[in-house]
Design a protein around this ligand. Structure first.
Ligand code: NAD
Ligand code: MG
Length: 298
């Protein structure tokens, strides 16, 4: 069976978008209801002990990129606290099962990241139930397209910033108090930080903020032996995109215009988060790893 180390043609390794990609669900969307199903790596990702004994908090761990990362972290030997919204329980329970099958501990704690107390509770749960925290992967995000600034409500602008920027701030603040040297934080930006779409005004702005926040924090906590890095995905096939992230008719060609001619799959994002969490990246901090199908990025 092929795994992430098997050489393949990256243009044909996963399918191009087709008219069957056109579909819609209410926000936040369930991976269970997507067809074709995003590839979470559960059939292919092979761990090699790169995160043995580590204690991770992963947000957005029920679906999409966060799900693939939670599975990869567990197969690399980490125990994981999973954050997601209560309405995503069905997706999350599948991830819990896969982590337990890998012989690792999974602690599921649903809640709303727009609430600072929930963010603190997530970190405290890792400290109490895993015995600490040495990896924080901030992957949750909100993306709702709006064509015209006149229709972009203050409520949406606020919710996008609370989910994407404030929650990252609250989680980093709470986690750093407990982090020992060697700990790592990985935040999630986007190609949207540098090539913003006109219909993603609020979202793209949060992603640029995440890059700048991470570069600042990396310098602040470097002397504590804590590294802070960013993964910036391009178009990846996840519930975010089919629950208001894109206009429905754009999905049939989603990602096909990238240099690698197809959308990315969540499993292809996981190795970037593993590398930045593991001691292999010991001299990398304040960096952004772009995994976007080859689109030029600064
Ligand atoms: P996804 O829908 O699978 O994951 C997003 C998750 O965010 C949800 O599963 C949900 O659990 C969580 N979330 C949202 N609001 C929340 C809240 N208020 N409280 C708690 N959890 C909340 O989609 P995804 O594409 O895997 O998104 C993961 C990250 O990747 C996001 O930060 C997104 O911006 C980023 N990203 C995605 C793409 C893409 O094309 N899919 C591209 C660039 C960046
Ligand atoms: Mg989800």
């Amino acid at each position: 069976m092929s795994d992430q180390f098997t050489v393949q043609d990256p243009t044909t390794q996963f399918q191009k978008a087709t008219p069957e990609f056109q579909q819609q669900q209410p926000e936040p969307g369930l991976e269970k209801k997507m067809q074709p199903k995003p590839d979470d790596g559960s059939q292919t990702y092979r761990g090699t002990g790169r995160l043995t004994g580590r204690k991770a908090v992963v947000t957005g761990a029920d679906s999409g990129i966060g799900r693939a990362v939670a599975i990869a972290y567990a197969r690399e030997g980490a125990d994981v606290v999973l954050s997601y919204l209560p309405e995503e329980e069905a997706d999350a329970q599948e991830v819990v099962k896969i982590i337990e099958e890998a012989g690792r501990k999974a602690v599921a704690l649903p809640g709303d990241l727009k609430d600072e107390q929930y963010c603190e509770q997530l970190i405290n749960t890792a400290v109490e139930q895993l015995g600490g925290i040495d990896i924080l992967a901030n992957i949750a995000g909100k993306q709702q397209f709006v064509e015209n600034i006149a229709d972009l409500t203050t409520e949406q602008f606020d919710a996008t910033f609370k989910t994407n920027v404030y929650a990252m701030f609250w989680l980093c603040k709470a986690a750093i108090k407990h982090m020992k040297p060697g700990s790592t934080i990985i935040n999630t930006s986007s190609i949207q930080a540098y090539s913003p779409s006109p219909i993603l005004l609020d979202y793209a702005t949060t992603k640029a903020s995440i890059n700048t926040f991470s570069k600042s924090l990396a310098q602040q906590v470097g002397e504590k032996g804590i590294r802070v890095n960013v993964v910036a995905p391009g178009p990846v096939w996840t519930p975010l995109q089919v629950s208001g992230g894109q206009p429905e008719d754009a999905l049939k060609e989603f990602g096909n215009s990238t240099p690698l001619t197809r959308p990315g799959q969540p499993v292809e994002m996981a190795p970037a988060y593993v590398f930045l969490a593991s001691p292999e990246s010991s001299y990398v901090s304040g960096e952004t790893l772009n995994a976007n199908g080859g689109m030029p990025s600064p």
